[in-house]
Design a protein around this ligand. Sequence first.
Ligand SMILES: NC(=O)c1ccc[n+]([C@@H]2O[C@H](COP(=O)([O-])OP(=O)(O)OC[C@H]3O[C@@H](n4cnc5c(N)ncnc54)[C@H](O)[C@@H]3O)[C@@H](O)[C@H]2O)c1
Length: 311
Amino acid sequence: MKFAVLGTGIMGRGWITQCAISGHEVHCYDASPKTLAGVVGGCEKLAATVAKKFKLEGADFVANAMGNIRVHTEKTAFIDAAKGCDVFLEVIYEDLKLKCTVLAEYLPQLPESVIFWSNSSSLDIDPMAEAGGRPDRSIVTHGMNPVPLMPGVEVVPGAKTSAATIEFTRQTLLDMKKSPFLAPNIPGFWVNRLLVPQMLDAVRLLEQGKIKVEDGDLGLNTSVGHPQGTFKLHDFITAPTMLRVALQMYQATNDPRMYPPVTLIRMVKNGENGTSTGLGFYDWSDPRNPKPRDLSKYVIATAEDMLESCP
Ligand SMILES: NC(=O)c1ccc[n+]([C@@H]2O[C@H](COP(=O)([O-])OP(=O)(O)OC[C@H]3O[C@@H](n4cnc5c(N)ncnc54)[C@H](O)[C@@H]3O)[C@@H](O)[C@H]2O)c1
């Protein structure tokens, strides 16, 4: 099969690598030349990690996968290539307006047969499906980070998604050795509807001076089997993406728990994005041994302090 992937950031690279190691030809493009320049190296590294983890034939496995990747530096060349693809997958910023604008530009140029997948982690598929003009062939395939190592893929049909599109998507993902599961088209779907408010609550407790990064993550890891802990996961997702997801979910639900904590906003402003900038809740200077940071500067005030200063 052939895939066209729009957006080559963290998740785009995950999907490109996933398609490539599954033997599919994959075309990709990103509006940022800088991000695009790093895509080959990023996918190579990810493919090597997969080879190591699953004890696959290292060099050949990686070389074969890399041979399936076509990077386009021109938008028009990417669109031309996408015309011959089976699936068009968008992996751009979590912003409904932006996604709709971009889809309204790209999808009408592609043959009707192309199936549209969105990697959105929280957004309503219906406006995207309408913007692209092929609502029966549009569906969310929300992969987890890093895609080639995390089996789960949330499959979210829209109001007009056809049974054939759902079945095609499910089967294609199963063939890629993923574990697709159906989720509802509500803000955050299933996974982030539960996970995002919990992660934002964790940041609120940190800024209230109730919990430290190391205790919070150790507690979740050793008590409920959370593989990383909430703060480390935050750093992998990156602060700007968490901020966009929180804001979009807040707009869609009006639920105050989805409103981003001040600390998240400040971290984004300070460039403390997580793994992508080397500094977040952890210091990632040594990526194999991230160090929890002392974030007492982000403690706004404890309840005790505030009570004492009340007139
Ligand atoms: N980060 C995660 O852990 C995670 C997990 C699951 C799903 N997602 C979802 O995946 C999507 C992408 O997230 P990400 O973490 O990869 O973000 P990212 O910021 O790493 O990458 C997004 C990319 O989109 C590109 N882009 C933006 N506008 C564009 C346009 N008009 N045309 C072409 N390229 C454009 C940017 O240049 C950037 O490289 C979002 O919908 C997000 O919610 C993220």
